[in-house]
Ligand binder design. Structure first.
Ligand code: BES
Ligand code: MN
Ligand code: ZN
Length: 495
């Protein structure tokens, strides 16, 4: 999709379709007013007639305007004026693109940048238009016979006032970068487990390294991983025929001396549970257990595309978790890179086993902060559903910065406590700690486990088990938390 900013006067506008917003109570947006004037008042007449009320996400097509270079008008309801929140704005954008998707229109001119969204300015609105539209037109085709998406839409122009052009251009640059990052994350996440293996993920990372001069990619093989002493990580991979990979992406946008933001993503390309085998129903969705890793790829790509002036390291421990004669068994004790021994009471709590070694490895980069992303616990879905991702960490400032980035990006987080009392649940009679903490507070005890390996730096853990993909008829990856991480990095870069 081609996105651009235009500053066209409406009487000069030649387009297949112009998108304009209206509010309830017959209030028009400035663009709707201009288009109404040059089209013999067709918008006001339709409102008078009651064909559209202006309720949020309401849609009305005007498919023919006599003697006009504007071929169609798509009117979108924004709801009550003065009450257009970020969430409602995004809802209106979604219904707009849904309406467009089913037409044969090739180019559109979107004026929704002139909507009055509470506390939001031009660049934010531009970003949202690009992000929402690009998200909605994504179509998974890779393993279908029909490889080409049916979409005819090729060009989306965003119409800005001349005075706003600069802000809109910034929004466009960031919006397109983030949208492409999300697209990559969704693409690799949606691929089946027999295509998206640890080796495939490593290849994707290398391709990013080839495309961006500021990103170096290093892939550590099983013998390297063993030499580092990552006995916990490798124990998970032993039950799989696919070799494990430790994928490292190093983005150098800042000065040599500046400490990097390190982002660690769980890259479990299929989680069958191991010997503690998962039930069959819905197990296909465990191909999404690499969404943390996929989000590392998408975020690094977006950061490089935005050319942010900071350093970022992405680390993806990648493996499968399968039942096998050589797989971990309940009761096995393994030794992590940090030297702590771990009793594996449930082989399905494998995410923490691969992450703990990656988190120890992160120390070598002398991080400013470390953020890990993982589809870590079903308990997070029970606690928070599919609305926010869970966040836990050992640093209030870091958690608060991430939470506020999530609010700006409409990619929300909700914090859970990481109190010492919960550490009790991880006691083991046979090792330094157990890999599960019982039924209670599963998301918290998983984070407690990780916290034992992150004591030397500021750290936050995002549990994305409920947010990384949609289940049901509309099953598919969401690309979360790439939007919030991109926002966090933009804030960090002061961009
Ligand atoms: N990848 C799963 C977590 C998961 C389950 C995410 C369902 C999304 C939906 C993880 O490896 C896992 O199996 N966790 C166990 C932990 C338990 C054994 C302590 C879980 O949540 O059941
Ligand atoms: Mn598991
Ligand atoms: Zn898992």
């Amino acid at each position: 999709m081609d996105y651009s900013i235009e500053t066209l006067a409406f009487d000069k506008l030649e387009t297949d379709c112009v998108i304009v917003g209206i509010y309830e109570n017959k209030q028009l947006s400035p663009s709707a007013e201009s288009v109404d004037k040059i089209s013999q008042g067709v918008i006001t007449q339709l409102i008078e007639r009651g064909d559209i009320k202006g309720k949020n996400a309401e849609i009305l097509w005007i498919n023919y305007i006599p003697n006009s270079p504007i071929k169609r008008i798509l009117i979108v309801g924004l709801g009550e004026k003065g009450k257009l929140t970020a969430k409602l704005y995004r809802k209106a954008l979604s219904s707009t693109i849904t309406a467009l998707k089913s037409t044969s229109i090739k180019t559109v001119n979107c004026t929704l940048i002139d909507s009055d969204v509470n506390d939001k300015e031009t660049s934010w609105k531009t970003r949202q238009i690009v992000e929402r539209f690009n998200d909605a037109i994504y179509q998974y085709q890779e393993t279908k016979s029909e490889k080409e998406p049916k979409l005819t839409l090729k060009k989306i122009q965003i119409n800005a006032l001349a005075v706003e052009k600069e802000r809109a251009a910034i929004g466009l640059k960031y919006g397109v970068a983030i949208a492409r990052g999300i697209e990559l994350t969704k693409f690799v996440a949606d691929l089946p487990g027999n295509v998206c293996t640890p080796t495939f993920l490593a290849e994707q990372a290398k391709e990013i390294g080839n495309n961006f001069s500021k990103i170096d990619v290093d892939v550590l093989e099983e013998n390297d991983i063993e030499a580092l002493g990552m006995g916990s990580f490798l124990s998970v991979s032993r039950g799989s025929r696919q070799p494990a990979k430790l994928i490292v992406l190093n983005y150098q946008g800042g000065t040599k001396e500046s400490k990097p933001v390190v982002i660690v993503g769980k890259g479990l390309t299929f989680d069958a549970g191991g010997i503690s085998l998962k039930p069959g129903a819905g197990m296909d969705e465990m191909k999404y257990d690499m969404c943390g890793g996929a989000s590392v790829l998408g975020t690094l790509k977006a950061a490089a595309e935005m050319n942010l002036n900071i350093n970022i390291v992405g680390i993806i421990p990648s493996s499968e978790n399968m039942p096998d004669g050589d797989a971990n068994k309940p009761g096995d004790v393994v030794t992590s890179m940090a030297g702590l021994t771990i009793e594996i009471l449930n082989t399905d709590a494998e995410g923490r086993l691969i992450l703990c070694d990656a988190l120890t490895y992160a120390e070598k980069f002398n991080p400013e902060v470390v953020i890990d992303l993982a589809t870590l616990t079903g308990a997070c879905l029970v606690a928070l559903g599919r609305v926010p991702s869970g966040i836990l960490g050992n640093d209030d400032d870091l958690c608060n910065d991430l939470i506020s980035a999530g609010e700006t990006a409409c990619d929300s987080l909700w914090r859970l406590p990481l109190w010492d009392e919960y550490q009790e649940q991880l006691k083991s009679n046979f090792a330094d700690l157990a890999n599960i903490g019982g039924r209670d507070a599963g998301t918290i005890t998983a984070a407690c486990f990780l916290s034992r390996f992150t004591e030397d730096y500021r750290w936050a853990h995002l549990d994305i088990a409920g947010t990384a993909w949609r289940t049901g008829a509309n099953k598919g990856a969401t690309g979360r938390p790439v939007p919030l991480l991109s926002q966090y990095l933009i804030d960090k870069a002061g961009a």
